[in-house]
Write a protein that binds this ligand. Structure first.
Ligand SMILES: [Zn+2]
Length: 144
């Protein structure tokens, strides 16, 4: 879905999110993130934002090593380079203090997640029956 491996995201188009080490696309992604935090609380944090293809290559290679080079297994939890919705503005959220558990179903049991569901923020990109072959990801916020 990203045509060129070297496609760059122009710096003026992104905003660094203080305290997270991650970036969001200015406009729709950034505004949505701010709105969610305002409504759900400051315990909500950004756990992954916009990624360019090079960043996705690094992440995918790391995931492949963790998966003992089983690329099919690696693709269930991380999209191959050029196929991540993080390239178009999707982002991941978590709860302060939950650490690695933010990337498990535990996140869907937090008060923050419940509030996001009640407020209509959750339109899950990767449901438990998704056809992308990706695991269920309740922490992944869809743009557009
Ligand atoms: Zn994600």
């Amino acid at each position: 879905m990203t045509p060129e491996l070297t496609t760059r995201i122009p710096i003026p188009d992104v905003v660094k999110i203080l305290g997270s080490g991650h970036y969001l696309l200015r406009g729709s992604s950034y505004n949505l993130y701010q709105q969610i935090r305002q409504d759900v609380g400051q315990q909500l944090l950004l756990t992954s934002g916009i990624r360019n293809v090079v960043k996705q290559i690094h992440l995918f290679l790391a995931k492949s090593l963790q998966s003992e080079l089983n690329l099919s297994k690696a693709s269930r939890s991380l999209a191959p380079p050029g196929h991540s919705f993080h390239c178009i503005g999707d982002f991941d959220v978590g709860k302060t203090g939950l650490g690695e558990l933010n990337f498990t179903e535990d996140f869907s049991r937090t008060e923050e997640f419940m509030r996001m569901v009640n407020l209509g923020y959750i339109d899950i990109r990767y449901t438990d029956t998704n056809l992308y072959g990706v695991r269920y990801e309740p922490w992944h916020i869809k743009i557009g």
